[in-house]
Design a protein around this ligand. Structure first.
Ligand code: ZN
Length: 99
């Protein structure tokens, strides 16, 4: 998936980076303001574009909930994951030129 160099989520702007080796599929650092995406599972098997997109949205949702100070919801990984998957599924139905 094409990703922007930076993304503004609420009041914070995060640098978007892709790495081959990461302990997680994705990571959002509020401290360093980085949204990191792994391109490969454990540095070996490439993630599919769909998986990377879902991870991107997963991290964006963390950023949104953090900005909204919804810390309890933000700590619920299943909630964040479920929301991310559904957002990607809805976006997939939109015409390519729509935002
Ligand atoms: Zn998470």
């Amino acid at each position: 998936m094409k990703t922007p160099a930076t993304i503004k989520i609420g009041r914070r702007r995060y640098k978007v980076i892709k790495k081959r080796h990461m302990h997680y599929a994705g990571l959002l650092s509020y401290r360093t303001k980085e949204l990191a995406l792994a391109t490969h599972w454990r540095g070996t098997v490439p993630y599919t574009p769909r998986q990377i997109k879902e991870t991107f949205w997963h991290e964006v949702i963390h950023g949104i909930l953090y900005d909204m100070r919804q810390y309890a919801l933000n700590s619920k990984e299943k909630f964040v994951d479920g929301l991310a998957m559904r957002i990607v599924a809805v976006l997939k139905q939109l015409p390519k030129d729509s935002r």
